[in-house]
Design a protein around this ligand. Structure first.
Ligand code: SAM
Length: 294
């Protein structure tokens, strides 16, 4: 069907690495996928078609990029490692709908860069993320003004569990809330470590995030809401009350403000942060805002 040999087979990957004299940098989270079936499954999970514009983080030698290029309208990929730029120019030369930008994803202005897309259509982020900065990358993308419709991203299984965790579980925390506020999160499938070169120490998971039409809960002040949810988990074993005092201050006026707001939100201060749902955090955040205004 396709006249080009897949990049992502163990033998072709080795051939490319050898041709370009490439050696892996562990510090850049370089674990390349060598299993075309997994790549097909990622593209299928992201439901990419010829209308879709795709952003990829860390194309490596282009294993996932070429599968995306075959299915999508256009692909915009950001790679930090300068040694990979000529490799990608070589491996992706058959595809004219891919642009590789040599930059750190955390430094790019996504809004500006996406001017590359010459046709309107849903923007999806699809990537095998560098594991050392999974969370900052997720936050950078979610906090950008770009309307990302969907993200299908590979990460350490443990981080995927934390992002999709429900209240009352050990994995639930401010990361789960920060992501679930904007997106519906679910684990699509697990990827064994054996399909990478070099093999990582842990298994990976494909996380699927679908943008909610409106945020999961209505909050008056998003910045304060995220400050509150972060503060509730600073010391996980402490009560909500102790964590709130640590963040907001222990003086009389602050105590009174916190007490009144907790009462109004009907939340027991002796509970631990990990037991509060998004709705409860929103209620408390809104009460704090309201009482601040008085
Ligand atoms: N997509 C390829 C694959 O699946 O085989 C490679 C994935 S590898 C896990 C992560 C890639 O992200 C590497 O190519 C690495 O150089 C790149 N990378 C690491 N930090 C980055 C950053 N801050 N910005 C952009 N790319 C980065």
């Amino acid at each position: 069907m396709n006249k080009y040999k897949d990049i992502a087979t163990p033998s072709r990957t080795q051939e490319i690495l050898k041709k370009h004299g490439f050696s892996f940098k562990k510090s850049l989270g370089q674990n390349f996928l060598t299993e075309p079936n997994i790549l097909q499954k990622i593209v299928a999970t992201a439901e990419i078609d010829e209308q879709t514009n795709v952003i990829e983080v860390g194309p490596g030698i282009g294993a996932l990029t070429e599968h995306l290029a075959r299915a999508a309208h256009q692909v915009l990929a950001f790679e930090i490692d300068d040694r990979l730029i000529p490799v990608l120019a070589d491996t992706l030369s058959p595809y004219d709908n891919v642009k590789v930008v040599h930059n750190d994803i955390l430094k790019v202005n996504l809004q500006q860069e996406t001017a590359y897309f010459d046709q309107e259509g849903p923007i999806k982020v699809v990537a095998n993320l560098p594991y050392y900065i999974t969370t900052p990358i997720m936050m950078h993308i979610l906090a950008s003004d770009l309307a990302i419709a969907e993200m299908v991203v590979m990460m350490q299984r443990e981080v995927a569990d934390r992002i999709s965790a429900k209240p009352g579980t050990k994995a639930y925390g401010s990361l789960s809330i920060a992501v679930q506020y904007y997106m519906e999160a679910s684990t699509a499938f697990i990827v064994p470590k054996t399909v990478f070169i070099p093999q990582p120490n842990v298994d990976s998971a494909i996380l699927r995030l679908v943008r909610r039409e409106t945020p999961a809960v209505a909050v008056k002040n998003e910045k304060e809401f995220f400050k509150l949810t972060k503060s509730a988990f600073v010391l996980r074993r402490k009560t909500l009350w102790n964590n709130l005092l640590n963040t907001y201050g222990k003086d009389e006026a602050t105590r009174a403000w916190l007490e009144t707001s907790l009462q109004q939100a009907e939340i027991d201060p002796k509970r631990r942060g990990e037991t509060l749902s998004l709705e409860e955090f929103a209620r408390l955040s809104n009460a704090l805002e309201m009482n601040k205004e008085k």
